[in-house]
Design a protein around this ligand. Structure first.
Ligand code: SAM
Ligand code: SF4
Ligand code: SF4
Length: 346
C-alpha cells in the first residue's frame, strides 16, 4: 500500500462490526477495593481468602503509556481511571502526570469511591486530572453502610466531594439505585447535590459479574427515578443529540444543577458504545459483560514483541467487535461467567 494512504488509514477512526468508533478508554488500575458494595464485590465472595491480582501481575505504567499511545491512534481521546479503587494504586499522581503528556489525550477522568479523596485532591489536580466521579448510594449512614458492605458512613465521601469541588474539579456523583434498598434515597440525594450544583447520575442496578444476586425486580427504572424527582422539582431534558454520552441528561428548571439517568437495563445504549476497557493485568475487554479479553500483557511481554504491530492488533480486535449484551438481555439472552466489575472497572 502507498505509504501516505497507509498513514491516512492509520489515523482514520476505526469502526467495529456495528459501525461504532472507539473514543473512550477505561483503565482499571487495581482489582482491590477498600469497600465491599453489595452490587459489585459482595463481602461473602470477596472475603479474606479471595485471590486478588498480585502487584507483579499489574501492567506497569510504562506499558500502559505505550498502550494509550496506540489507542489514541485508533481514535481514543478520553481516558477514565477506575478499578477496584484507583486511589489504592501507588504512584497514581505521577502516572496521571505522564498520561497528560501523551499526544492527543484530551481528557482524564477518574471514578472513585471517594473515601480517601479529600487528602488526595491537591496532588491529583496538580498532576493534571480533569474530572472526578464519586460513587455514593445514600446519605443515610445506615443505608450507605449496608450498601458499601463495610458500614462506612458517607461523611468522608461527602468531604471528598466537597474538597474536589473546592479544588476546582468538575465533580459528578454516581448512585446505583436498588429497589427496596436505597430507592427512598433518590430525593434526599437529589436535593443535596442540586443545592451544591453537582450533577448526580442515577444508575440502574446492573447484572454485572456473577455474584450480586441481580434480579430484574430489583431494578428501579430511569423512568421511575425521573417521575420521583418530578414530583418535587420541575425539570427539562438537556439536548445531547450531538454528544457521545450514555447518560440521559436533565436540568432543574431553576438552573441550579443537572442530573443524569444511566438506563443500561431498561433502555440500553449499545448502539452508541464507543468504550474499551483494560483490566489491571492488561486484558482488553470490549464489553462490560464479556467473559474473555485479549491478553495485551502477554502480547507486550512476548520475546518477539514488535511495538509497531500493537496498533494493528488493537485495530483488528476492535474491528471484529460485535458486543451488544444489554440489547440482547432485553431479548431474554443472558450471559454466563461474566468478568467482575471490580476487575474490569465500571
Ligand atoms: N471503586 C470506584 C467507585 O466505586 O467509584 C471505581 C470502580 S466501580 C466498579 C465503578 C462504578 O461502577 C461505580 O460508580 C459503581 O457504583 C458502579 N457499579 C458497580 N457495580 C454496579 C452494578 N451492579 N450496577 C450498576 N453500577 C455498578
Ligand atoms: Fe469498590 Fe467501587 Fe466496587 Fe464499591 S463499586 S466495591 S467502591 S470497586
Ligand atoms: Fe457497551 Fe456492552 Fe454495555 Fe452494550 S452491554 S453498552 S456493548 S458495555
Amino acid at each position: 500500500m502507498h505509504r501516505f494512504l497507509a498513514l491516512r488509514l492509520r489515523h482514520t477512526m476505526i469502526k467495529d462490526q456495528q459501525g461504532r468508533g472507539l473514543t473512550d478508554l477505561r483503565i482499571s488500575l487495581t482489582d482491590r477495593c477498600n469497600l465491599r458494595c453489595t452490587y459489585c464485590m459482595p463481602k461473602e465472595v470477596f472475603g479474606a481468602d479471595y485471590v486478588f491480582l498480585r502487584k507483579n501481575e499489574w501492567l506497569r505504567f510504562s506499558e500502559l503509556d505505550e498502550l494509550v499511545a496506540a489507542f489514541v491512534q485508533l481514535g481514543v481521546r478520553k481516558i477514565r481511571l477506575t478499578g477496584g479503587e484507583p486511589l489504592l494504586r501507588p504512584g497514581l499522581a505521577k502516572y496521571i502526570h505522564g498520561l497528560k503528556h501523551i499526544h492527543k489525550v484530551e481528557d482524564i477522568a477518574m471514578t472513585t469511591n471517594g473515601l480517601r479523596l479529600a487528602e488526595r485532591v491537591g496532588e491529583l489536580k496538580e498532576a493534571g486530572l480533569d474530572r472526578v466521579t464519586v460513587s455514593l448510594d445514600a446519605l443515610d449512614p445506615e443505608i450507605a453502610g449496608k450498601m458499601n458492605g463495610r458500614g462506612v458512613a458517607p461523611r468522608a465521601v461527602l468531604a471528598g466531594i466537597a474538597a474536589a469541588q473546592h479544588e476546582g474539579f468538575q465533580v459528578k456523583v454516581n448512585m446505583v439505585v436498588e429497589r427496596g434498598v436505597n430507592d427512598g434515597e433518590i430525593l434526599p440525594m437529589a436535593r443535596y447535590f442540586k443545592q451544591r450544583g453537582i450533577s448526580l447520575r442515577f444508575i440502574e442496578f446492573m447484572d454485572v459479574g456473577n455474584h450480586n444476586g441481580w434480579k430484574m425486580e430489583r431494578v428501579v427504572s430511569g423512568r421511575e427515578i425521573l417521575e420521583t424527582i418530578q414530583r418535587e422539582f420541575p425539570v427539562e431534558p438537556v439536548d445531547i443529540s450531538s454528544s457521545q454520552e450514555v447518560a440521559k441528561r436533565y436540568r432543574y428548571r431553576d438552573g441550579s444543577a443537572e442530573f443524569g439517568l444511566i438506563t443500561s437495563v431498561t433502555q440500553p445504549f449499545c448502539g452508541g458504545c464507543t468504550r474499551a476497557r483494560i483490566s489491571a493485568d492488561g486484558k482488553l475487554y470490549t464489553c462490560l459483560f464479556a467473559s474473555t479479553g485479549l491478553d495485551l500483557k502477554q502480547i507486550m511481554r512476548a520475546p518477539n514483541y514488535d511495538k509497531a504491530q500493537l496498533y494493528d492488533q488493537l485495530a483488528g480486535h476492535w474491528g471484529a467487535r460485535k458486543d451488544r449484551y444489554s440489547e440482547q438481555r432485553t431479548q431474554g439472552i443472558q450471559s454466563k461467567d461474566k468478568v467482575e466489575m471490580s476487575y474490569i472497572g465500571g
